[in-house]
Write a protein that binds this ligand. Structure first.
Ligand code: ADP
Ligand code: GN1
Ligand code: MG
Length: 354
């Protein structure tokens, strides 16, 4: 293992390093030292190819947030490397160290509507607090991250390559995706026409990217800041809905257990609007249901693309894992399509503005 105390400014000795968490992208470890606990991550530098740009973003955003909230449990803090940098690079990859947020809950699944509402407030408030942050100083860490039409372009390329011959076994999923391609550009189109503002958003607002206080269950800290960059409010709202407003896990194999949950949707909407609703334009409010549908569709298309290409992007733990994930997303898209009017009514009722 790495000589952590030699590499990072840890004022003590390290006792234990163990794998931690359920992220799909980075490799995360919990570090126990005699002076406290830390989160060590090997940054996935085949996905984040500009690690300097990525760490510059995270450093700038965390410093900015910490300036108005000095509580160390409220903002992720980078532990500097001994050479003064924000991360280290060695023959095994790129590594960074964060403070471990103690007495926190990281939920992998929505248990109660109340906790989901709290997570929504945290993400909404995160966006609100970054309203004045100079967006032009942020690097785009993954190009066209939530450009859904571009995700379809990549999907079509994967279908043409089909390196493992998997496409023939997933024809219903391919058809489901292609039938909805016409919807993919709705929000990007509005952005291009100037109908939606670009904001500094999180872009990966799933439930396990926010921590709640284990005792009070109040919002504590938004984590996983790799994709904080200019984006759409509706996408931050939508990505949380796709992961949380459901009765099943993202990788549930029994699709009869996967249904869109209107009560969880409403709870999330309430929390999110409390966090940043006053800042949202009426066009943004109108797009929140569409954001939910498109983020779910996009994520399903990404999982399907990765299945076809041989699971090179999202970490898998079993055969066909990405296909299972794709299927839950498509099931949710189908459910949402029958509820778009109700979803908009919820926003209208809660915001009182549209
Ligand atoms: P990934 O990009 O792979 O999703 P994350 O940054 O989300 O990586 O970290 C993976 C998991 O590790 C999180 O879901 C959370 O459980 C845990 N985690 C990450 N950072 C912290 C932290 N500073 N304090 C406590 N837990 C953390
Ligand atoms: C990834 O990093 P993680 O596991 O929080 C992915 C998201 C997907 C999500 C699906 C950088 O999130 O975009 O929505 O998996 N992150 C990246 O669960 O691609
Ligand atoms: Mg994560």
């Amino acid at each position: 293992m790495l000589n952590l105390t030699g590499l990072f400014a840890i004022p003590g000795s390290v006792e234990k390093v163990e794998p931690y968490g359920n992220g799909h992208i980075n490799q995360t470890y919990l570090v126990t030292a005699d002076c406290g606990r830390y989160i060590l991550q090997r940054i996935n530098d085949s996905i984040f190819t500009d690690v300097d740009g990525l760490m510059h973003n995270i450093h700038a955003v965390t410093e900015y947030l910490a300036a108005s909230d000095p509580d160390p449990r409220h903002v992720l803090r980078i532990v500097p490397a001994r050479d003064g940098g924000t991360y280290i690079r060695n023959d095994k990859g790129c590594w960074r160290l964060y403070n471990f947020i103690e007495n926190s809950l990281c939920l992998e699944k929505v248990g109660t509507a109340q906790d989901f509402e709290t997570s929504a407030f945290a993400f909404g408030d995160f966006q609100r607090r970054l309203k004045q942050f100079p967006a032009s100083t942020l690097t785009e860490t993954i190009a066209r991250f939530h450009d859904t039409p571009d995700r379809y372009r990549i999907f079509r390329e994967a279908l043409e390559k089909d390196p493992l011959g998997r496409a023939k076994d997933v024809q219903p999923e391919i058809e489901f995706a292609l039938e909805r391609e016409k919807d993919a550009g709705i929000m990007m189109g509005m952005l291009k026409k100037g109908e939606l503002p670009l904001r500094v958003t999180h872009n990966d607002t799933k439930l396990n990217n926010v921590l709640l206080d284990a005792e009070t269950r109040q919002p504590l800290c938004v984590i996983d800041l790799d994709t904080v960059m200019p984006g759409l409010a509706g996408n931050d709202f939508g990505d949380s809905i796709r992961f949380g407003a459901t009765t099943g896990a993202e990788d549930e194999r029994d699709l009869s257990k996967v249904n869109f949950s209107m009560p969880f949707y409403e709870a999330y909407a309430r929390g999110f609007l409390r966090g940043c609703g006053a800042d949202l334009t009426s066009a943004e409010l109108q797009t929140l249901p569409m954001g939910a549908k498109l983020m779910t569709l996009e994520c399903g298309v990404r999982f399907l693309t990765d299945h076809i290409l041989g699971d090179t992007y999202f970490r898998i733990h079993r055969e066909n894992h990405n296909l299972d994930r794709c299927r839950t997303q498509f099931k949710l898209v189908q459910d949402m399509e029958g509820r778009m009017d109700d979803m908009l009514q919820v926003i209208s009722r809660l915001s009182g503005r549209i």
